[in-house]
Ligand binder design. Sequence first.
Ligand SMILES: [Zn+2]
Length: 345
Amino acid sequence: MPATLGAILYKNKGCGDDIPAPGCRGGAPANNNGGSGHTKGMREKVKFFGVWAGAVIALCAAVFTLACVRAFPIFGGENTAESARVAAEVTRGQSEGETRELAVVMYHNILKSSKGTYTVSPAQFESDLAAYEAAGYETVFPSEIVAFVCGEGDLPQKPLLLTFDDGRYNNMYYGLPLLEKYGAKAAFYPVGAFSAFSTDSGDHSNPNYSHLTWAQMGELAASGHVELGSHSYNMHRYEPRFGVRRMKGESKLDYRKALLADAGRMQDAVLRATGTLPLSYAFPFGAYSDEAYAVLRALGVKLFLTCSEHTTTLRRGDPTTLMRVGRFNRAGELSTAALLQKLAE
Ligand SMILES: [Zn+2]
């Protein structure tokens, strides 16, 4: 398992998200020839060296500042929209311009006992999986989607991403055996604070109310059927801010620092639990902002999920197509046929 979040981020650079090696350790090279002459006094030598060294340090500081602003725009105070910045970045990859229409379905609970806007039964989930297969859809992981857009991998002709929000234990209890049965893939989006509570309280593994523990996330990742993303560490709340949005009166700098701390904590926690840094982020309540993109991209996130109901056209070489990926909510009141109808529209 890679040692640190920083090491992973550096290793994972690429696809419109180049992160140069942090820091500027160059400094002034040792040079003892600083304008010396036998006739010059020691004072003059020191003065000359001081001016020379000062110039080198100033140059180094300027390079360092530029590098940091480029690498971490969250500290650069830029005013342009994040999407414009991404669009301007260098794109690469074979078959640039090749597209896929991506359908994404958003699940929450799988429960036997109730059905609702955010709950389906195990039988409904199984019926969905069978119908996806019959309709020619092939389930994919977020990492495969990112690889396609970055020109580093391929996707089937009818890619389908199944997402489960909030990290409910019932997704594992009822969902994983069905994913295994159908050879399907899904992405789970736990909330760090919920999982920390289940882990720390020792009250876990109840499909009716528990959230996934960190250890269970490790098991899911090891199953080969689930990839873990982020749904924030503790911003799945209506107050004091709505999801990851900026609070009224909060400075831009304070806002970015708060987001960086929260999202970074979750990136780190999932990395420790699964050995893999999350590449995708499901915005709590679908709420997003330009600043949030800048912060999350600096933390290695490349695919962003909203709650808008539409399919998304992925384009090779264009990472902007990963920024507002739509999802269809799989409500329990909906029939499998009606869900498939929505995906096809
Ligand atoms: Zn949620």
